[in-house]
Design a protein around this ligand. Structure first.
Ligand SMILES: Cc1cc2nc3c(=O)[nH]c(=O)nc-3n(C[C@H](O)[C@H](O)[C@H](O)COP(=O)(O)OP(=O)(O)OC[C@H]3O[C@@H](n4cnc5c(N)ncnc54)[C@H](O)[C@@H]3O)c2cc1C
Length: 370
């Protein structure tokens, strides 16, 4: 970077949010000098890689009409930005549990109609995956799955094309207000510590959001240490994503290499805690030694879909999932975009799912980034 003059924007965190915002700042807002700082050895290695890869099309949020409707609207925009990330070989199936579900078939059908999400009669082979005594209804839906490796490559290409500078293995440790009105971003990299001056700073560090000064709304964050089991599913599940709604149930979604990820609302979160400045989510994840809950997940899932009893675990992914506490009841996934009162020019940004980044960009359109 050399003896750098002031950056127009420094984006902290190189996941899908930080990378997309950096591209937006260059291309849509015309900022000349935009820098992404990422502490990992490469971009897109954390939550943006370690997730269930669903391109949400609304079906998952029957208790939050806004999240559902926005998801559906974002799908074509997301795919226009990252067409290579779409897996075209996937069929998605949603079933409504017969007991204890927070939604029933009538409500789910009405909700999908309201947001404009199509529901189809399932092919017999797909309907046959479920125990009819355990589910009220089964639908084939129009929801896609991402190739997360291809998404990471698409993001890299977009950053290069936009002329965004990227520095990996560079951790941001703090911020300081300068007399000039600019911010000093304090970084620790391979060559030691230094300060980087910026007019705008975008904190896109997801679970680490509250660790940078100046983000008041992070008090409302909740973190979960989540397990996704990586499994070899029986052949009947090849290219098929199954989700049972709406409560303590499971989903199994195609992953890379012919494998699937399995998650269960009850067993996937091993720990959960409210934002607390004394707890580092990354530290908690690194230290965690809990056993896999695959056996419990698959036993619960096989009650609904008996064929799943023949699923074999090949590993697990653990990652911290961060959501806004305010949405625990409706399971909605709105965004957090907060302009700091203490540090002019600092924005804190968080989205509960990948496509929500488009909502952030829409909101940023209204911000004067002079
Ligand atoms: C288990 C699980 C399943 C999920 N399933 C889905 C799904 O199916 N579909 C969906 O749309 N969403 C899903 N999500 C949510 C989705 O993954 C996240 O909303 C999204 O990836 C957040 O992107 P991000 O860029 O904010 O975070 P990240 O990708 O985590 O990026 C943040 C980056 O900031 C870096 N960083 C942190 N602190 C610092 C620092 N001090 N200095 C420099 N860099 C720093 C990190 O290393 C990281 O690279 C899931 C999440 C989890 C955990």
């Amino acid at each position: 970077m050399g003896a750098s003059p002031v950056w127009d924007a420094v984006v902290v965190g190189g996941g899908i949010y930080g990378a997309s915002i950096a591209v937006y700042l260059r291309q849509a807002r015309g900022l000349a000098r935009v820098l992404v700082l990422e502490r990992a050895p490469a971009l897109m290695q954390r939550a943006s890689l370690r997730n269930q890869a669903r391109i949400h099309a609304g079906y998952h949020y029957p208790r939050s009409l806004t999240t559902g409707a926005r998801s559906l609207q974002n799908v074509p925009r997301f795919l226009a930005a990252h067409p290579s990330a779409l897996r075209r070989d996937i069929v998605s199936v949603y079933a409504i549990a017969a007991s204890h579900s927070k939604t029933n078939t009538r409500q789910f059908v009405r909700y999908c109609r309201e947001i404009g999400a199509p529901l189809h009669e399932p092919r017999p082979a797909l309907a046959a995956l479920f125990d009819p005594a355990q589910v009220e209804s089964v639908f084939e839906v129009e929801e896609s799955v991402m190739d997360l490796g291809a998404l990471a490559r698409s993001v890299d290409a977009a950053l290069t094309k936009a002329g965004v500078e990227v520095q990996v293995q560079t951790e941001v440790r703090g911020l300081r207000k300068l007399a000039s009105g600019a911010l000093e971003v304090q970084v620790e990299g391979q060559s030691g510590g230094r300060g980087v001056e910026a007019r705008h700073v975008f904190n896109c560090t997801y679970s680490a959001l509250g660790r940078l000064a100046g983000a008041a709304a992070t008090a409302g964050l909740r973190h979960e240490l989540a397990e996704l089991a990586i499994v070899e599913a029986p052949p009947a599940l090849a290219g098929v994503a199954l989700t049972v709604m709406d409560g303590p149930y499971f989903s199994i979604v195609p992953h890379e290499g012919g494998l699937h990820t399995l998650s269960h609302v009850r067993y996937t979160p091993h720990l959960s805690w409210s934002e607390d400045a004394t707890i580092s989510p990354a530290g908690r994840l690194a230290e965690y030694r809990g056993d896999s809950r695959f056996e419990r997940m698959i036993r619960a899932a096989a009650r609904f879909s008996p064929v799943l009893a023949h699923t074999r675990q090949v590993g697990s992914i653990f990652e911290v999932k961060t959501v806004l506490q305010a949405n625990e009841a409706d399971d909605g996934r709105p965004i957090l975009l907060e302009r700091s009162a203490d540090f002019p020019g600092l924005y804190s940004i968080l989205g509960g799912k990948i496509d929500n980044v488009l909502d952030v960009l829409d909101r940023l359109d209204a911000e004067a980034l002079s």
